[in-house]
Design a protein around this ligand. Structure first.
Ligand code: ADP
Length: 387
């Protein structure tokens, strides 16, 4: 899954003869992991991971705590030596190269600015270490502070900045050496919710201004992953569980693990049934009821199939405007309804199965113990692998 069309960085493409360019098909990933395994004593933190990241791509590593996300990031940066496997940057094998030889930018959760250095000195640190001239450092520091909206803060000390401002400076510092790759490890997790969404937006804007930059972003928060990622890699116990665009994984999760990681999902066991269905749809049976749901891309029926439908895609009686075309209807007994302002959170029984329904907060609350017609559009329901 994911894009296989990859691009060279501009500078590499420019220095490469045309024939060689054609030969390489401009498909060399910016980052490439092959069979990367990392063990800590008896724990296998990563189990033979294969992963490519293209130049210009924003890749999000998503998963619960302990699933191996940070270990991938640290392996790319060079802070972990894999027990097995190889890592390449722009086609160059860097498995045995220490972090400072890889020239990547990295930002971690807890700002990690040098407290005794002013902002400008922090941002210029990597350039000084590389022996750049004072003029060049001054110019580049100003550019990078402007890039993160922190111009005019160069003379402050980190303690004179808010958490969000410190994190912007940390990003400017990581970008100062003009790295081809920016690695971000839960960069928003130490910030309050309003600051988090603001900085996430900033990172997106920043990426638009640096279109060649490959970003690898670690988070356990699916909404951050959806907002930022061109592609999301969902981790589970040191392995890649699923990967795809945010929309693919949210709307068409391959399995129960992915469906549940991407927000609330009703997952109900169904049986395949034969017979004709409109194009792109497939018929299944839930209890005694025949339903139409979206067919998978490959048309195959998953193992132990579960119907997956999100609570906000379910509608009661005639309350909602459903799209034209076939509509599924189930008889539902309302067992609870709670008004939370923007939504009514409703629980209903379909036979022996419980379903969660989110109705718009402005709708009339359904009455407990009544039977209602539960409706949903086939396109909003998918089939996932159970078990
Ligand atoms: P995540 O970033 O998804 O939370 P990590 O990559 O940090 O996960 O960790 C993956 C697994 O490796 C976990 O089981 C964790 O406990 C273990 N682990 C990570 N770092 C170390 C370490 N330095 N020593 C021992 N075990 C570690």
């Amino acid at each position: 899954m994911g894009s296989s069309l990859l691009f060279l960085r501009g500078s590499e493409a420019a220095s490469m003869p045309a024939a060689q360019m054609a030969g390489r098909q401009a498909r060399i990933p910016q980052i490439s992991l092959r069979g990367v395994t990392v063990r800590y004593g008896g724990t296998t933190a990563l189990d033979s991971v294969d992963l490519d990241v293209a130049s210009g791509e924003a890749l999000v590593l998503l998963g619960p705590s302990g699933s191996g996300k940070t270990t991938i990031l640290r392996s790319i940066a060079g802070f972990n030596r894999p027990s097995a496997g190889r890592i390449a940057l722009s086609g160059r094998d860097v498995t045995d190269i220490p972090p400072h030889g890889r020239g990547l930018g990295m930002v971690v959760q807890s700002y990690a600015l040098f407290p005794h250095m002013r902002v400008a000195e922090n941002v210029g640190f990597g350039l000084r270490a590389r022996g750049r001239s004072r003029d060049e450092i001054g110019r580049r520091v100003a550019e990078c502070l402007a890039l993160v909206g922190m111009e005019g803060f160069g003379r402050r000390y980190p303690r004179e900045l808010s958490g969000g401002q410190q994190q912007r400076v940390a990003i400017a510092r990581a970008l100062a050496i003009d790295p081809p790759v920016l690695l971000l490890d839960e960069p928003l997790s130490a910030l309050d919710a309003p600051l988090r969404s603001g900085l996430l937006e900033e990172i997106r804007n920043l990426h638009e201004r640096l279109p060649q930059l490959a970003i690898v972003y670690v988070t356990h928060d699916q909404s951050e992953a959806i907002a930022l990622g061109h592609r999301i890699v969902l981790m589970r116990e040191g392995r890649i569980a699923a990967q795809g665009t945010p929309r693919d994984l949210h709307d068409s999760p391959p399995d129960r693990y992915t469906a549940e990681f991407f927000g609330q999902a009703n997952l109900l066991p169904v049986e395949p049934v034969g017979g004709k269905a409109p194009a792109g749809l497939i018929a299944v049976r839930l209890g005694g009821q025949r339903l139409l749901v979206r067919a998978r891309g490959d048309g195959a029926m998953p193992r132990a199939p579960l119907l997956c439908i999100r609570p906000h895609d379910l509608h009661l009686d005639g309350a909602a405007a459903l799209p034209e075309g076939p509509v599924n209807t189930l008889e539902a007994r309302i067992v609870s309804a709670q008004w939370l302002g923007t939504v009514h959170r409703v629980q209903a029984m379909i036979g022996a199965e419980r379903m969660r329904i989110d109705l718009p907060g402005g709708a009339t609350a359904p009455r407990i113990d009544t039977v209602a017609a539960l409706r949903f559009a086939p396109e909003r329901a998918s089939l996932v692998e159970g078990g």
